[in-house]
Design a protein around this ligand. Structure first.
Ligand SMILES: CC(C)(COP(=O)(O)OP(=O)(O)OC[C@H]1O[C@@H](n2cnc3c(N)ncnc32)[C@H](O)[C@@H]1OP(=O)(O)O)[C@@H](O)C(=O)NCCC(=O)NCCS
Length: 283
């Protein structure tokens, strides 16, 4: 297979506008005035108002309370402020408001930005904004974090992420019980990583379990990793696979339930034993 490293692109002609916009958000995040959750809610509201309702951004409260405006317009304005929105994790029994409320506005900004016309496939701007937000949402995030659009979380604050991690489009990161990712992890388009599960008898009986993707793990297109699974270093979950049990380091697992079909040829000797399914041999 040809080796195709990513190309470096020249800055866009109006790159300074994007730089200034991101700097303004970074400044406000770094210098909250008063209560952090409230300040972030206002940051989210103001940022979205400029993008989505610029005609009302300067006089937001006046427009919100203006009964001559159509109700739908006022509703649309109201939902730019995360305090007027409920997110699913707020309904969870174990939701800790002291932890969730300060990150909620940043999640709402992330999700709402991804749905604006200027975001969509706008890779450079989107990656830089999400990196800024991840630093304040996650428990930990390393260097060069890269998330493409339409990634969603549960709490967000139970994410622990190493260096050089890439999350592709439409990925669900359910960090209800925690997700820990090592360095160099890649999660491909439409993959799902879970960290909670329900009793087969009683739906309200929920078990949260930390899910771990060690260094160099790749969870590929449309694959799913279930709660509490530990994917070992350099392990790979193949397209559309469902990892229901731990994935051995350097092994490639495919299918439902996922089984090892091969060992990567670069595996150190302790890992190059026969795979768990007995189908394949060492790389
Ligand atoms: C998992 C994957 C990497 C395996 O590639 P590979 O090591 O070249 O393996 P092979 O194609 O030789 O397949 C080995 C066996 O597993 C099967 N298999 C491969 N991928 C499969 C999948 N996703 N689901 C089910 N079976 C699969 C093959 O049919 C083959 O079965 P056989 O031995 O009965 O003929 C690849 O199939 C895959 O899913 N790639 C996803 C795309 C990708 O690389 N994404 C990375 C983005 S970061």
């Amino acid at each position: 297979m040809p080796y195709l490293p990513l190309r470096a692109l020249a800055p866009a002609p109006a790159a300074r506008i994007a730089d200034a916009w991101l700097e303004r958000i970074a400044d406000r995040l770094a210098n909250p005035s008063g209560d952090v959750a409230t300040d972030r809610a206002l940051l989210c509201r103001d940022t979205l108002a400029e993008l989505l309702h610029p005609e009302y951004a300067a006089n937001f409260e006046t427009a919100l309370n203006d009964e001559s405006l159509p109700l739908g317009t006022r509703l649309s304005l109201s939902t730019l402020d995360p305090r007027n929105v409920t997110l699913e994790p707020e309904y969870y029994g174990e939701c800790d408001d002291a932890r969730f409320q300060p990150v909620k506005p940043l999640l709402w900004l992330w999700y709402s930005f991804d749905r604006t016309p200027l975001a969509g496939q706008n890779v450079d701007l989107g990656v830089r904004l999400r990196r800024l937000l991840a630093e304040r949402i996650f428990k930990r995030v390393g260097r060069n974090f890269k998330a493409f659009q339409h990634v969603e979380f549960s709490f967000g604050h139970n994410m622990e992420v190493g260096d050089d991690v890439v999350i592709h489009r439409h990925v669900l990161l359910d960090d209800r019980g925690g997700i820990r990712m090592g360095n160099g992890v890649s999660v491909s388009d439409y993959a799902n990583i879970y960290s909670h599960t329900h009793s087969i008898v009683e739906q309200r009986d929920v078990t949260n379990a930390l899910t771990v993707l060690e260094d160099g793990v790749r969870v590929t297109y449309h694959a799913t990793v279930l709660a509490g699974v530990h994917v070992g270093e350099q392990g790979m979950v193949g397209a559309v696979a469902v990892a229901t049990k731990d994935v051995r380091p350097y092994h490639v697992y495919v299918g439902i339930p996922a089984k090892s079909v091969r060992v990567k040829p670069n595996a150190p000797s302790p890992h190059t034993v026969l795979n768990t399914s007995g189908r394949g041999t060492t790389g």
